[in-house]
Each structure stands twice: as structure tokens, then as C-alpha cells.
Design a protein around this ligand. Structure first.
Ligand code: KG4
Ligand code: ZN
Length: 343
């Protein structure tokens, strides 16, 4: 069954067609990054307006590139949360209109479930149960995917998400937005051992993380150096920062694998594009004899292929959006039933 996925939760307007949750037929992503960069971060009002302008064209292109007409689709899947509410509403209302006009089933998809499903597109053999480290702009979770639509959060961040920490540290270093990519690029020329940055453990919760202290220590280090008129080796600071985050995330993923006695691990979300994190989890998995799945770089950031993929599994589990489908800004991954998105 072919599903058209629609994703507008943040600053990419995306549409894609995926067959049976696994086979990518098209994926179109129209990014607004250049515009938000002027403000150093996503401006929600601008994001909603740009989604409104782009969504029909992006969906039409996804259908054309897949060589599929509306009558060839089995359903429309749309990100209904979590994300920026105004941005989400554009995709949700577009998908509602399209599904009603074409007589297609409408399937609400949780954005983070979508990120995890990006791995199904790249690895036909991957099937639950497996563990996933989800690191994005808004989430840093260790998730057990018990089944395609059954998830359990084993660890989370107590404050900033990993991607948010990348973006804030990058801003303090005077780098552009989005900061994760900038830090990744700069770090390649740096020495990761040059600066020692603390990453405190959360007492009594070994799978939880706290990133706000790390962000503060980068800001303080830069501030002190400026006051003393000392030069900072920015590539090395970027490399040291990245290494600290990567080790913190990877060690929690591996601790969860051991605790759950789970031999299959994966990563997902925007931060999973990070070079150092990818190398760290590959090395760690090899050392422990675990199977590791990393999404291809093209599917790490926000896209609609992952929404169409997860949409298939939600459809198969009987999930359908009622006419009262709404968008929700926050929603835990383990409680995303169709009625949770409704008014
Ligand atoms: O999953 P995503 O595209 O959007 C959300 O759902 O939030 O994640 C965006 C986050 C941003 O914080 C961005 O800086 C980070 O992913 N990111 C990276 C890299 N590419 C994107 N962080 C580190 N290294 C990268 N290469
Ligand atoms: Zn995302």
C-alpha cells in the first residue's frame, strides 16, 4: 500500500510517498532554514506562513516523482505532534482536506515515532524489538520500540534536548544556525581532548541526561577567555563539546541495551547526522557485539518519508484520524493514540 506522508512540524515542509512502510518512492523537502537563520532560530509565525505557501506544491511534486496519482494511494499520513502548533496545523489541515476530497484514510503520526521509522526505509530486515537513541532539536530519549506502534521511554533529558544544546553552544561560539551542522563541520579540524567539559550524571537515573550544565560550561569558558583576552581554539572546543555529547548519549544507549538485554540498537533524529556520534555508536556497538542501525544522512533530519513509513504501521494497527483531528504541541511517544490528537 502506498502512503503519502506530510510533515510540517518545524522548519521543513515535506511530502513523500512510501510503499508498505519500507520502499521509498519519493521524498521532497523544502527547507526554510535560510530565512530562520536571519533570526538565529526558528520563528514560529514565519514557519507557519512558509508551510502554507509550500505545502500543496511539495505534495504535488512528491506524487509526481513517485509516479502515483491520488487514486493510487491507500492513505495520507500526517505529523500531528509534537512540534510548533501553528506549523503542525498547516500540515494537519492540508492532509484533512486532501484525504476528505480523495476519499482516503487519514493517519496521524507522532513525529518522533517517524524519526525512528526512518531506519525501516534503509534496512528491510530491521524489525522490533530494538532500542533507539532519539536525539533531535526537542527530544533526547532512549526508547524501546517493543513493536511498530508500541514504545517505552527508558531515559530522557531532564532539561535541554541534545540538538538544543548543540544549537545553543554554537550560538555562544558565534556560529550560524542550525548549530549542530556548524559544530560538526568545525570539529573536524579540532582536537577533542583539548577542553575538558563536564557532563553530570543524573543521580539515581542512569539512563537520563542533563545537558544544560554543558551548555553553561561552554558559555563560561568563552566568557572567561574573552575577559582574560585569551584565544579560544574554536575547532577544538567544537570537537571537545561534540565528543562529550556523543559519549553521554552513546553510554546511555549501551547501558539500556545491557539492562534490557537487547542486542539491536539504532539512532534517529537530527543529531544522528553528527559524525562523532555516528562513529562513537558504531565503535561502541562493535565492542559489545550489538547490531547497530544508523539512518542514512538524508533521513536524519525532518522529512516526510519517515512519516509515511510510520503511517503504514499505524494504519496496519488500525489507527485512523477522526474528523476532529487536531495538532498537539507536546505528546509523549508512548501515549500517541488517535484520540490523543483530538480536541
Ligand atoms: O530532528 P530534527 O531535524 O528536528 C527536530 O525534530 O527537532 O533535529 C534538529 C536538530 C537541531 O538541533 C540541529 O542542530 C541538529 O538536529 N543537527 C545536528 C546535526 N545536524 C542537525 N546536530 C549535530 N550534528 C549534526 N550534523
Ligand atoms: Zn524532527
Amino acid at each position: 500500500m502506498k502512503i503519502l506522508g506530510i510533515e510540517t512540524s518545524c522548519d521543513e515542509t515535506a511530502a513523500a510517498v512510501v510503499e508498505d512502510g519500507r520502499r521509498l518512492l519519493s521524498s521532497v523537502v523544502s527547507t526554510q532554514i535560510a530565512e530562520h537563520r536571519l533570526y538565529g532560530g526558528v520563528v514560529p509565525e514565519i514557519a507557519s506562513r512558509r508551510h502554507t505557501e509550500a505545502v500543496s506544491q511539495v505534495a504535488r511534486r512528491a506524487l509526481e516523482e513517485a509516479g502515483v496519482s491520488l487514486s493510487g494511494l491507500g492513505a495520507v499520513a500526517v505529523t500531528a505532534g509534537p512540534g510548533l502548533i501553528g506549523a503542525l496545523l498547516v500540515g494537519v489541515n492540508f492532509a484533512k482536506g486532501l484525504s476528505a476530497a480523495a476519499g482516503l484514510a487519514l493517519v496521524p503520526v507522532h513525529h518522533i515515532r517517524g524519526h525512528i521509522a526512518a531506519n525501516y526505509l534503509a534496512y528491510p530486515e530491521l524489525a522490533p524489538p530494538f532500542l533507539c537513541l532519539v536525539a533531535s532539536g526537542g527530544h533526547s530519549h532512549i526508547v524501546m520500540a517493543r513493536d511498530y506502534t508500541e514504545f517505552e521511554i527508558l531515559g530522557r533529558t531532564r532539561d535541554d534536548a541534545a540538538g538544543e544544546c548543540f544549537d545553543k553552544a554554537a550560538r555562544a561560539m558565534g556560529l550560524g544556525y542550525p548549530g549542530g551542522v556548524e559544530i560538526d563541520r568545525l570539529a573536524r579540524r579540532g582536537d577533542p581532548e583539548r577542553y575538558r567539559l563536564p557532563l553530570p550524571k543524573v543521580e539515581g537515573a542512569p539512563l537520563d541526561a542533563s545537558f544544560s550544565g554543558l551548555k553553561t560550561s561552554v558559555i563560561n569558558l568563552l566568557h572567561n577567555a574573552r575577559q582574560k583576552e585569551e584565544e579560544i581554539d574554536l575547532p577544538s572546543l567544537a570537537a571537545s563539546f561534540e565528543k562529550t555529547v556523543a559519549e553521554a548519549l552513546a553510554s546511555r544507549l549501551f547501558a539500556a541495551a545491557e539492562r534490557e538485554n537487547c542486542g539491536v540498537v539504532s539512532i534517529a533524529g537530527g543529531v544522528s547526522a553528527n559524525t562523532c556520534l555516528r562513529e562513537t555508536v558504531i565503535r561502541g556497538a562493535e565492542k559489545r557485539g550489538l547490531r547497530i542501525y544508523l539512518p542514512p544522512l538524508s533521513l536524519c533530519g525532518d522529512n516526510a518519508a519517515m512519516i509515511a513509513a510510520q503511517g503504514f504501521f499505524e494504519f496496519r494497527a488500525g489507527i485512523r484520524a477522526p474528523a476532529s483531528l487536531n495538532a498537539v504541541a507536546t505528546l509523549p511517544i508512548d501515549h500517541a493514540r488517535a484520540q490523543d490528537y483530538c480536541v
